[in-house]
Design a protein around this ligand. Structure first.
Ligand code: MG
Length: 353
């Protein structure tokens, strides 16, 4: 390499739009080493050929990517780097979606507080008609799921580990006070947080959290809205105007691979790690969401024992064809068992009437 190919740190910084300070940091982190360091003066010199990498680092910084991850991307050939960047961005979007839901929840919460004195709207005349059932399935030796439905509370929990059954039972039991308590809509956030804390402690009390845990998907009826608490891979669906919408996001390894574009939903069904969870009740904070209730809405909560073997189009058909919640629940559980019943299966169906 001859001298004309070398740039001083200042010239190099201007050319790649990074500051000399940033370049010194990247040198220390071994993200971008200078081509030559003068042994006498300690001055750093960069090769013109290093500009491309420096510009990539600058762009990735602008994207918000952490330095450790940038180092990984820079070590890859272009195709691999492209895959890694799209995976990073998919993760960022999934995290933003969770924050967006929480922000919407807070906006609802605060506007309801400010509208406290306004007369009750006609939506408060709505109520729930519901049914719940949990079944062992055809293969598992015991049932570790818990399902519950009451006037205000709907819940499904799927326990895992040697004490999975007490874990899911304790989580739901700890929420049951919500069913008998008047829930002022403006207070629902604090109430839910308290309830989730109680449920987490209850699970820790009955089951060693190193070996056991549970999912939890629950809806709390406020009289005009439904507040959703969700962690794990049990799911909530909304059947509205003939369409079936999943309103929860699975906290599972397989779902994160789908989000990152590394796996298609079709491949996910056969994935050996499809039951591995990323989050459970004792390990992370659940997602919170608030849903406006419309007359005629039908909600389904279910454990993965249903969704792993019964495709969503079939779930929609069964829900649409059975107006009675109890019959709908029975038809869904039967469908899972007809498909081999490989796991415990729990369903809660609730109609807004
Ligand atoms: Mg299960």
């Amino acid at each position: 390499m001859n001298g004309t190919d070398m740039l001083t740190i200042g010239a190099f910084a201007r050319a790649c739009r990074l500051s000399p300070k940033a370049l010194r940091l990247y040198d220390e982190l071994e993200l971008l080493r200078p081509a030559r360091v003068d042994p006498d003066t300690g001055y750093r010199y960069y090769a013109v050929a290093q500009l491309e990498r420096a510009r990539l680092v600058a762009w990735l910084r602008r994207l918000g990517m952490p330095l450790a991850r940038i180092r990984e991307v820079c070590a890859l050939e272009p195709a691999g780097a492209a895959r890694e960047i799209s995976a990073y961005w998919a993760e960022a979007e999934a995290q933003t979606a969770v924050r967006r839901d929480l922000a919407a929840f807070l906006v609802h919460h605060l506007s309801e507080q400010s509208a406290k004195d306004v007369t009750m709207k006609d939506t408060t005349m709505l109520e729930l008609r519901y049914s719940a059932h949990s079944d062992r399935g055809l293969v598992r030796p015991s049932n570790q799921d818990t399902a519950y439905a009451g006037t205000r509370l709907l819940a499904v929990a799927d326990g895992f580990g040697p004490a999975g059954a007490p874990a899911s039972g304790a989580a739901v039991e700890a929420l049951r006070f919500l069913d008998t308590e008047e829930v002022p809509a403006g207070n629902v956030l604090n109430l839910l947080e308290e309830a989730v804390r109680g449920a987490t402690e209850a699970v820790r009390d009955v089951a060693d959290p190193d070996e056991n845990g549970t999912t939890l998907t629950a809806l709390l009826w406020t009289g005009s809205k439904l507040a959703l608490v969700h962690i794990g891979d049990s799911r909530a669906y909304l059947l509205r105007d003939g369409g079936l919408f999943r309103i929860t996001h699975d906290h599972s390894v397989v779902q994160s691979l789908i989000d990152e574009g590394r796996l298609t939903p079709e491949e996910a069904g056969a994935h050996p790690q499809r039951s591995l969870l990323l989050k459970a009740l004792t390990t992370a904070a659940p997602d919170l969401k608030l849903h406006d209730a419309h007359r005629g809405d039908r909600y389904l909560l279910c454990s993965d024992g249903l969704t792993a073997v019964v495709p969503e189009h079939r779930i929609r058909e069964l829900l649409t064809a059975r107006p009675d919640p109890e019959e709908a629940v029975r038809a869904l559980v039967d469908a899972a068992n007809e498909a081999g019943g490989p796991d415990n299966v729990s369903c809660v169906v609730a109609d807004v009437v």
